[in-house]
Write a protein that binds this ligand. Structure first.
Ligand code: NAD
Ligand code: TYD
Length: 358
């Protein structure tokens, strides 16, 4: 297998995609990276500062649902690896407006699979060195009770329009492997956190509100559990799957870091109190916690069994939750302009609509 690659990254201006491009750019300096991103509300080229002018990087503004655009990229570039991040990714938005999720997550994935099939499975092509990595979520497995873990064999049981659209795309990717022999690999990862995460998601949202001494919305009783993974650990797992994972296989990725939401919110508050001092009132930031109406169909608990990727590819998360949270809060404090740019823009309307309901 050749070492040098030409990688089509979809959604590379988003949270995980940008972290992935940064990791590839620093790890494999001779890999060519083509970033195809529509720049939706979640796409932000500031996430790629320092990379944009690199000779090995090309940005294309485009929609993964646009077959002409996607096929022309396969015609122009000698793409041997696709890392497919592009998606509508926020569960709350999927509840209020599922149509974009169906379009991008299902139709967009189908469009990419078709383009890769046409480009790679033509008569003269050698498919041996190709890899189509579909990046997915543990949410496809549904919701756990107090015990148990998701394994790669857990049946899909998606509960939100987001997770249902991701499950559909996973099924399509699998079908293209079994039916056409497209060299597909799939990863299903737990909740990520770290630099460049859009502030609609729990940790950066709580960071921003707590910093500005605004109320901290915790859904329901705050006891829902997520298995948190530092984003760079996720990106390293994806690289390990590209380089060493088996075609046609799916790999669960998780941090072995189960936390109740309330606990996560308290960690953010305590770190901020420590780093920037208590609020102007003298009270700790935890006092801002406000229990709000629960998310519809709110999955109770996610927990990943990541034994397979550990045993097959020797991957383990490097960052503990405590280290990862400290790094994350430090990053957001050092990059206030990045988050201010977002929260003072069109995101404000979303926030006001979402958090002033009822
Ligand atoms: P994100 O919302 O931060 O970024 C998504 C990116 O995709 C944005 O840059 C956006 O502009 C782009 N995009 C959206 N629609 C597009 C389209 N039609 N064509 C081209 N580009 C488009 O998402 P994220 O959190 O970085 O998640 C990336 C992927 O990882 C998603 O597939 C998500 O399902 C998966 N995932 C996320 C998590 C998590 O905790 N964030 C966990 C597991 C899996
Ligand atoms: P989120 O970051 O949206 O990720 P996901 O829904 O994909 O797990 O939410 C993480 C958890 O935090 C989830 O249980 C919902 C909860 N949550 C709140 O309690 N308040 C909030 O304002 C948000 C955005 C999420």
């Amino acid at each position: 297998m050749k070492n040098k690659r030409t990688v089509l990254v979809t959604g590379g201006a988003g949270f995980i995609g940008a972290n992935f491009i940064r990791l590839v750019h620093s790890t494999y300096k001779d890999w060519r990276i083509i970033n195809l991103d529509k720049l939706t509300y979640a796409g932000n080229l500031n996430n790629l500062n320092g990379i944009i002018t690199s000779d090995t990087y090309r940005f294309v503004k485009g929609d993964i649902c646009d077959s002409t655009c996607v096929e022309s990229l396969f015609a122009e570039e000698d793409i041997d690896t696709v890392v497919h991040f592009a998606a509508e990714s926020h569960v709350d938005r999927s509840i209020t407006g599922p149509a974009d999720f169906i379009q991008t997550n299902i139709v967009g994935t189908f469009t990419l699979l078709e383009a890769a099939k046409k480009a790679w499975l033509g008569a003269k092509e050698n498919v041996g060195n190709k890899c189509f990595l579909h990046v997915s979520t543990d949410e496809v497995y549904g919701s756990l009770g107090e015990t148990g873990f998701f394994t790669e064999k857990t049946p899909f049981d998606p509960r939100s329009p987001y997770s249902a659209s991701k499950a559909s795309s996973d099924h399509l990717a699998n079908a293209y492997f079994h039916t056409y022999g497209l060299p597909v690999k799939i990863t299903n990862c737990s909740n990520n956190y770290g630099p460049y995460q859009f502030p609609e998601k729990l940790i950066p949202l709580i960071f921003n509100n707590a910093l500005h001494e605004k109320s901290l919305p915790v859904y329901g009783d705050g006891l829902n559990v997520r298995d948190w993974l530092y984003v760079q650990d996720h990106c390293e797992a994806i690289l390990a799957v590209i380089v060493g994972g088996k075609t046609g296989h799916c790999y669960n990725i998780g941090g072995n870091n189960e936390k109740q939401n309330l606990n996560v919110v308290e960690v953010v508050c305590d770190l901020l109190d420590k780093k920037v001092g208590p609020m102007s009132s003298g009270k700790p930031r935890k006092s801002l916690i406000t229990f709000v109406e629960d998310r519809l169909g709110h999955d109770r608990r996610y927990a990943i069994d990541a034994t397979k990727i550990g045993e097959h590819l020797n991957w383990q998360p490097k960052m503990t939750f405590e280290q990862g949270m400290e790094k994350t809060i430090d990053w957001y404090l050092a990059n206030r302009a990045w988050i201010d740019n977002i929260v003072n823009g069109e995101y404000q309307n979303y926030y006001d609509t979402m958090y002033t309901r009822g």
